[in-house]
Write a protein that binds this ligand. Sequence first.
Ligand code: TXA
Ligand code: MG
Length: 341
Amino acid sequence: MDTKRVVADFEDWREVVAEAVAVLEDGGLVALPTETVYGLAADAFNAEAVAKVFEVKERPSFDPLIVHIGHKRDLEIVADVPEELEEIVDELIATYWPGPLTLVLPKKASVPDLVTSGLDTVAVRLSAHEVMRAVAREMPIAAPSANRFGRISPTSADAVMAELDGKIPMVVDGGACRDGLESTIVAPEMTEKGPVLRLLRPGPVSREDLRKIAKVIKPKKTKADHIEAPGQVESHYAPETPLILIDKPADFVPEAGVKYGLLSYRGEGNSSLMEATEWAHIEIMSQGKGKLAEGAVRLFFCLRNLDAAGVDVIVSESVSETGIGVAIMDRLRRAAAATKK
Ligand code: TXA
Ligand code: MG
């Protein structure tokens, strides 16, 4: 299959949206930009199209997909918000939609089981990217990140092509993703003491942000075959090259004969590994003072470059775990954990 790559520019993005909608209505798949990472989109109510998503991604069918809607009011097409959660859901939506926040809520029976992997909940989000939002206004869209299973999410159309060229009919190039890390996923729950937010995946909407709305609690521990947020599978978000995550420079002891690549947070500086060895390749996430938001935007881009550089081992510095730093460290730990297996 030839993959058609179309640029969604300032002037003609509406035309591109119409073209993407036509492919989707026909049961085809389209990779679309969002503000977090690129998504691999299918008509959420077309189970056959959704099945293609699993096939193309080589994704196990126990890992449910996120449904993207185009208007806040469309939430009721896919989810049944329990009365006791209405207030907190309204507040979350009013504060963060459109934006990088995914809500896990009881699903409408009409949502195909394949989308939710048989769970009675559905993950829903309203993207802030005009292209994804315009497409989702036409129909709810099931869209996981547009990478093969267990790999790094694509934050550019080039990265999508590297993952899926020849496997899908169309990629919409909407430029680099603004946030660069997958959306924050929360499941609002009611307790005796009031509503709480179960944080299933850290992301651009930080824990501190969420705390302003309600108490934030950890995901339940789950068995490998029953996963509440299967994004928690450790091997997610892994480069192909082994990665080790270093806490402080003294922890890194280079071995002779190994080609190391460095993922540095801000380049030179006190806690930097820049001088630790003769690096075969260096990527810097946020040169200079170091800004966590820039680090988040560039993390997957830098990891892809390191993967392509042909080093034996990627050595990553740590970033401080505040704000979006929590999500950056979450992805880096998963990448390092995947390496250990
Ligand atoms: O930023 C994002 O969220 C991107 C863009 C494309 O929207 N999408 C994304 O999708 O990251 P994906 O499929 O790569 O990750 C979705 C995560 C998975 O870890 C999945 O297990 C979890 O959401 N998930 C989906 N439905 C769920 C549900 N009903 N309960 C718990 N977790 C769910
Ligand atoms: Mg993914």
